[in-house]
Write a protein that binds this ligand. Structure first.
Ligand code: ADP
Ligand code: ZN
Ligand code: MG
Length: 474
């Protein structure tokens, strides 16, 4: 039997206003080659200047990962040739990165936990983009020089499931910290997945393959499954030595397979050396202290939600899965509604009505509006069923809840007299059942409630109907 070994290199694009070594904007989607200057174009005589904001964001991440912060770190040139890299080298960090050893805890569905080591995190600039068009290619350098924080894990993960838990946790941490928008489609959170196998019980590391540039959880899972299968089959066929070599592979999303892209270069191939244009990066204790004060992280938020609002752990997990959801939830509670209702209406009802992949922030229904809808139910003005109908409309267009209640005729009847009249009618029609009920068939109570609700076309306040029915049947 084999054991799977996975180590991840995650590239997080920092959401600084400007690039890592110049003052060009980092905005996504601008016209090609408009956010460029002499530094990111590598014109002769231009010199890089480190972006402070990027270093602050690295300190925040280090704090979240309980990692060592190197007060003095070094920028190195990593030399390689590619058309989207005008300098001919990437500025990165090598022996002494800004963030040293740390860790991240992942949690399984049964509540058990595992700590994954984080080897390091270093600052580096991104390359531009080659855009291939038929028989020619274009180069867009808008992205060249964008700050990346590369977070390298230890080879501590033993399954695709563990790798995904690690990635999702890290993704939510950078979003909580607000250091990256971590938008996977746009590539601001992407990773290289290193996979190897070994016979169970062995501690030695075997040859790894690196699957480059993955930016979808679903594809990462598929790529790992494919790679594990490929490597174990090679082992069993006796072709492991030949087939499994240290190399960079690409995942083909259409075929669902990985394939060889190039042999894996070793560090020596890159001719790393300290960049003579940049002094060592020195962080003062003052700056470290200032940026070590980070916002509440997912785990702490979860505990606080469970304790303060007395909600289930499962619900707390759903709420903290994104910072938008957690903030939306707490914003709703300012309107004095029950936390349990808030969870259901946010995580189930509203979520189900969001367009696939849409974020809560773009939704027409904000926390105040959803809270107000819930308040209408809690006050007995509308039924939960009516509220669902109203929510259907609210996610589509700007509208007032009270107007909709009137327009759709959803006001609940809570008036004793009106409900009593219906009850009397129902009981009169079902004399036989009333006798049965009185002779001890308690179960029939539900039947009566159902009949009353039906007769009122769902408009009777159920709590009221229950109460009055009980009295009437006595
Ligand atoms: P490189 O940039 O050359 O890929 P790094 O040291 O930056 O090298 O990253 C190597 C990554 O590969 C780390 O995440 C590490 O945990 C992982 N790794 C190293 N050896 C193995 C192995 N045998 N199997 C799986 N992952 C590995
Ligand atoms: Zn520039
Ligand atoms: Mg790598």
């Amino acid at each position: 039997m084999f054991e799977i070994v996975i180590g991840l290199e995650v590239h997080v694009q920092l959401n600084t206003k400007t690039k890592l070594f110049c003052s060009c904007a980092t905005s996504f989607g601008s016209k090609p080659n408009t956010n460029v200057c002499e530094v990111c174009l590598a014109l002769p005589g231009s010199l890089p200047v480190i972006n402070k904001e990027a270093t602050h964001k690295a300190i925040m991440l280090a704090t979240a990962l309980n990692a060592k912060i190197n007060k003095k770190s070094i920028f190195n040139r990593k030399n390689y040739f590619y058309p989207d890299l005008p300098t001919g080298y990437q500025i990165s960090q090598f022996e002494i990165p800004i963030v040293g050893l740390g860790s991240l805890e992942i949690e399984f569905d049964d509540g058990s936990k595992k700590t994954i080591g984080v080897t390091r995190a270093h600052l580096e600039n991104d390359a531009g983009k080659n855009i291939h068009k038929g028989d020619y290619s274009c180069v867009d350098l808008n992205r060249a020089g964008t700050p990346l924080l590369e977070i390298v894990s230890e080879p501590d993960m033993r399954s695709a499931d563990e790798a995904l838990r690690y990635l999702k946790k890290l993704h939510s941490i950078v979003r909580y910290l607000g250091i990256s928008d971590a938008n996977m489609q746009e590539g601001s959170f992407r990773c290289d997945v290193n996979v190897s196998i070994r016979p169970k019980g062995e501690t030695k590391l075997y040859t790894r393959c690196e699957i480059k540039n993955m930016n979808s959880f679903k594809f990462i899972q598929k790529a790992i499954a494919y790679e594990v299968q490929r490597q174990s089959e090679a082992w069993e066929d006796g072709t492991y030595e030949k087939e499994v070599v240290q190399e960079t592979r690409l995942f083909d999303v259409h075929l669902g397979e990985t394939r060889s892209m190039r042999g894996k270069e070793d560090a020596a191939d890159y001719r790393y050396f300290p960049d003579p244009d940049l002094k060592p990066l020195v962080l003062s204790q003052e700056v470290i202290d200032k940026y070590s004060k980070i916002p509440e992280l997912p785990d702490a938020k979860k505990q606080r939600f469970i304790q303060t609002y007395k909600i289930k752990e499962y619900d707390a997990n759903v709420l903290i899965s994104s910072i938008e959801m957690a903030n939306f939830f707490e914003a709703m509670l300012k309107f004095e509604i029950s936390p349990k209702n808030a969870v259901t209406w946010l995580c189930v009802e509203l979520q189900a009505r969001l367009k696939e992949g849409a974020s809560l922030n773009e939704c027409l229904v904000d926390a105040k509006k959803l809270a107000s809808l819930i308040k209408h139910i809690e006050d007995g003005i509308i039924s939960a069923k009516a509220a669902k109908e109203i929510l259907d409309v609210l996610v589509q267009k700007e509208a007032s809840i009270d107007t909709l209640i009137d327009e759709l005729g959803l006001k609940q009847v809570s008036d004793d007299g009106a409900i009593l009249a219906i009850i009397e009618e129902v009981l009169a029609k079902n004399q036989d059942k009333v006798e049965e009920y009185k002779s001890g068939k308690d179960k029939l109570f539900g039947f009566f409630v159902g009949q009353v609700m039906k007769a009122s076309k769902g408009s009777a306040n159920p709590a009221k109907a229950n109460e009055l029915l009980k009295k009437a049947l006595k």
